[in-house]
Ligand binder design. Sequence first.
Ligand code: HEC
Length: 133
Amino acid sequence: MGSFESDMRAVALRILVVLLSLVLWLFSLIPADGVAVAADRSVGRNVFLQNCAACHVHGVAQAPRVNSPAEWEPRLASGRQSMMNSVLRGKGGMPPKGGNASISDAQAIAALDYIVSRVLELEHEAHAAERRQ
Ligand code: HEC
């Protein structure tokens, strides 16, 4: 049987171990966050391919084409909130959520964010190419 003192030491040690693992766990959240962002983009990409690409790759019904940043400029200028409303409620030739009511709002918005990130990426590449000339 241990004395009261050594029992207290064991308790203190256990608290220390718990605190240390808490700190390690907090640190582990930092890279986990980066992974979550990457996962979102691939979710958005999949939703896009399945529900939006049919119109937004070749410009069906005058849909702005994902690979043509110029066609997105006025839409980007209108802001994310306005584009979100269009995606969720529909606009012109685009039905709500591109016509697939079974996807969630979050999925539709992930697809929107994928489109925007793709357009910005292409714009960035185009500017970089201009600077190289
Ligand atoms: C049936 C064809 C079709 C599908 C499917 C479709 N869109 Fe569209 N989308 C359009 C057309 C057409 C427009 C142009 C509407 C206008 O400005 O009158 C448009 C416009 C947009 C805009 C710009 C909205 C604005 O405010 O100017 C966004 C963003 C967009 N679509 C995202 C999506 C997303 C995300 C999906 C998939 C979930 C999707 N679209 C599926 C046809 C489609």
